[in-house]
Write a protein that binds this ligand. Structure first.
Ligand SMILES: *Cc1c(COP(=O)(O)O)cnc(C)c1O
Length: 465
């Protein structure tokens, strides 16, 4: 609903522009050459050759006037900086956690946490581990156990909380293997499951199981505000509550959290680790000093701490979140109306195109999602990211063939407060052109690839070229 008057349907951007950043334009011919040079891998395209960059919502947001103003207040003292104490108070008020350690981004918090909690033979459950989380859990010698709710696997099911943890599976794990489980994690929103939210009832369910089995409970809270907004709009009993108070309730059900502040912190770099257990403080602080920096700056400049303190307060504003959810929905329904199937319901930070449904005759070995991402760039200078067989497929050593990933998705992630409705309208128009001309999506093959995380560096070419 429009906040000015219910007669008006348009949800306008709740900001106006003060600084502008020109976006580049290229010709189709230039993009054809750029793609060839880049090995049809969009990670190899220079950003100044991308008109609309929807590669990620991480660290790509625009800061507000208040954030830029706060940066001038940055206290760059090595120890005891006032900027730290300001941030500490903001984080304590929001989360209720006693100890607050700043880190340079989310994975730095994961590195610290799993050095303390992880070890050979341990098992760490989560609704779905984000890729850096999984990597740090596995690097510690532990097993990363994903326990997503069963409804998360159907891209078309309109379940309001597809990000939930499977509580029955968690109880099963704790009942039979409690000794090997050092903590329970829950990712809000569930990034790997399409930015889908977790309900308060589910968070409470995890809390109850952690109490029953005596386990600490940590939130991976990169998108806590988007999650709280979905609780308000989708979960019975929360419609009258402020998003801020819902976020406060979420955090208070857990024993600690880590946050990649490049998402709902509304900053370009930063992260946090916060928790209650005083016994954890010394080991985590000592690792922080070794790996990040002194505890009152932890791998960030004083000005970064200031911008984050403001961002954490701005992000729960209702006007901002309403606009954010409306933008994702507007982009997603535009694609859907154009005839390109998308993951439903819409999540918080991105639209996920279901390339398998759009191109049912293109086998996974021809990388349909990457082919569609390449077409969006070639035709429209839009950058997205493939989440399919290029990213997650495994080479079968016996046959040399790619074992397909379970899904072929193209993610269009929206940077925060960056693009306007005209930019989104344009993306939808590009989608219409591709939907009406499927021949524009050309199957691909891999020319060279690295043994791990191949999607970042692989080189491809159109089949038959
Ligand atoms: C981005 C992200 C991380 C990692 O944070 P970085 O800041 O990229 O290091 C961890 N978990 C989730 C859910 C994320 O979205």
């Amino acid at each position: 609903m429009n906040p000015i008057d219910p007669r008006f349907k348009t949800i306008i951007e709740p900001f106006k522009l003060k600084i502008v950043e020109p976006i580049p334009f290229t010709t189709r011919e230039e993009r054809e050459t750029l793609l060839k040079t880049a090995g049809y891998n969009l990670f190899n395209i220079p950003a100044d050759k991308v008109t609309i960059d929807l590669l990620t919502d991480s660290g790509t947001g625009a800061m507000s006037v208040e954030q830029w103003a706060a940066m001038f207040r940055g206290d760059e003292s090595y120890a005891g900086a006032t900027s730290y104490y300001r941030l500490e108070k903001v984080v304590r008020d929001l989360t209720g956690f006693k100890h607050v350690l700043p880190v340079h981004q989310g994975r730095a918090a994961e590195k610290l946490l799993f050095q303390v909690f992880g070890a050979q033979g341990r098992r760490i459950p989560n609704n779905s581990h984000f890729d850096t989380t999984r990597a740090h859990v596995e690097f510690s010698g532990s097993e990363a156990v994903d326990l997503p709710a069963p409804e998360s696997s159907d891209t078309q099911a309109e379940h309001p909380f597809k990000g939930n943890m499977d509580l029955a599976a968690l109880e099963e794990l704790l009942k039979h293997d409690a000794a090997r489980v050092p903590l329970v994690c829950l990712t809000v929103t569930n990034n790997s499951a399409g930015g889908q939210p977790v309900s308060m009832a589910n968070i409470r369910g995890v809390r109850a199981l952690c109490d029953k089995y005596g386990k600490p409970f940590f939130l991976d809270a990169a998108r806590f505000a988007e999650n709280a907004y979905f609780i308000r709009t989708r979960e019975p009993g929360y419609a009258e509550r402020s998003v801020r108070s819902i976020a406060e309730e979420m955090f208070r059900l857990a024993d600690g959290c880590w946050i990649s502040a490049k998402k709902d912190g509304l900053v370009n770099i930063g992260g946090l680790l916060a928790f209650n257990d005083t016994g954890l403080h010394d080991p985590l602080r000592n690792l922080l000093i070794l790996q990040e920096g002194f505890p009152t700056y932890g791998g960030l400049a004083g000005r970064d701490l200031e911008a984050l303190a403001v961002g954490l307060q701005e992000v729960t504003h209702e006007d901002y979140l309403r606009y954010r959810a409306a933008t994702v929905q507007y982009l997603g329904s535009g694609f859907e109306k154009a005839g390109i199937p998308v993951l439903k319901p819409f999540g918080g930070h991105a639209v996920y195109v279901d390339a398998k449904r759009f191109l049912p005759r293109m086998p996974p070995q021809q990388f349909p999602a990457q082919a569609l991402a390449v077409a969006l760039y070639l035709e429209g200078a839009i950058r997205s990211v493939e989440i399919g067989t290029l990213m997650f497929g495994r080479k079968n050593p016996a046959t040399g063939q790619d074992e397909p990933a379970p899904r072929e998705l193209v993610r269009l992630a929206l940077p925060r407060r960056v693009y306007t409705q005209a930019h989104v309208d344009y993306c939808v128009e590009v989608a219409q052109v591709i939907a009406q001309g499927k021949h524009l999506v050309r199957p691909l093959k891999i020319v060279s690839e690295a043994p791990i995380l191949r999607h970042f560096t692989a080189r491809l070419e159109p089949l038959g070229s």
